[in-house]
Write a protein that binds this ligand. Structure first.
Ligand code: PEP
Ligand code: MN
Length: 272
């Protein structure tokens, strides 16, 4: 897409020079407001999600995440607790006073998301245009993740489906792209954070958990994202990563999350 065409898009900074702010409950993202999202890859049980919610809230998280409809590469892997998972997530969020975000993989699931605060569109569905068109009709924030093989133009065009359909409560998320190097699962595109902030007024957050797929790499990559200007982070946290049904290798403990949250706050203060 040419720069001229891009500037006519509703997502473009040229159309809307001021930062867009998206508010969920007591939290706002964009316009200098930083959003910390944390929680497990998947909701596994009432106890697991409630324990995580209490711990991440105490550490400073403002939104609770937890997958209920999981887009797994293998059909034999844990697929999530579906509607029951959403109910357990909502209960844990309410008890901890945290809004919740969870992923939708099919437009038919929209009724199950009625009380969900932010609907996540995952990397694999970034270009599911019929899903985007349906989400555009809802009065609800959407967290749109960049596909691991998609350009920034394609990400912004997908966001344009939401804005042009009437939903401007959109948060973009960089979560790493495929590279040639098997030493890393994905390459976090740090420059994309800064570039997106030029191209669009929408808030841009980063998911370093799926970008690294390795808990031991999380801290430096998360801090790099903050330094590059990210408006927030989404971090996978599990009370017992070794027993997680999904993505345990990249999940950090509540204690590690609390330490990271302090480092993020210190880095943001130093950059001001
Ligand atoms: C997720 O955040 O749960 C997820 C599956 O991430 P992605 O779509 O970025 O792979
Ligand atoms: Mn995950």
């Amino acid at each position: 897409m040419s720069d001229t065409q891009r500037q006519e898009y509703k997502v473009s900074r040229a159309q809307h020079p001021a930062d867009t702010c998206v508010t969920v409950g007591a939290a706002t993202v964009g316009g200098g407001n930083f959003l910390l999202i944390a929680g497990p890859c998947s909701v596994e049980s009432a106890e697991q999600i409630a324990t995580t919610a209490t711990a991440v809230k105490a550490a400073g998280a403002q939104v609770l995440r937890g997958g209920a409809f999981k887009p797994r590469t293998s059909p034999y892997d844990f697929q999530g607790l579906a509607e029951e998972g959403i109910q357990l997530l909502l209960q844990a969020g309410r008890a901890a006073k945290l809004p919740v975000v969870t992923e939708i993989v099919d437009a038919q699931q929209i009724p199950a998301f009625a009380e969900v605060d932010i609907i996540q569109v995952g990397a694999r569905n970034m270009q599911n245009f019929s899903l985007l068109r349906q989400l555009a009709t809802l009065n609800k924030p959407v967290l749109l993740k960049r596909g691991f093989g998609n350009t920034l133009d394609e990400l912004l065009s997908s966001a344009e489906y939401l804005l042009s359909g009437g939903n401007d409560q959109v948060i973009l998320c960089e979560r790493g792209v495929r590279s040639f190097d098997p030493a890393l699962r994905c390459a976090l595109d740090v420059a994309a954070i800064a570039r997106l902030k030029e191209l669009t007024h929408l808030p841009v957050i980063v998911d370093p958990s799926h970008a690294t797929a390795a808990a031991h790499l999380l801290r430096p990559v998360a801090l790099a994202a903050v330094a590059a200007g990210a408006d927030g982070l989404m971090i996978e946290v599990h009370p017992d990563p070794a027993s997680a049904l999904c993505d345990g290798q990249q999940s950090i403990t509540p204690a590690a999350f609390a330490a990271l949250a302090q480092d993020v706050a210190a880095l943001r203060a130093a950059l001001r």
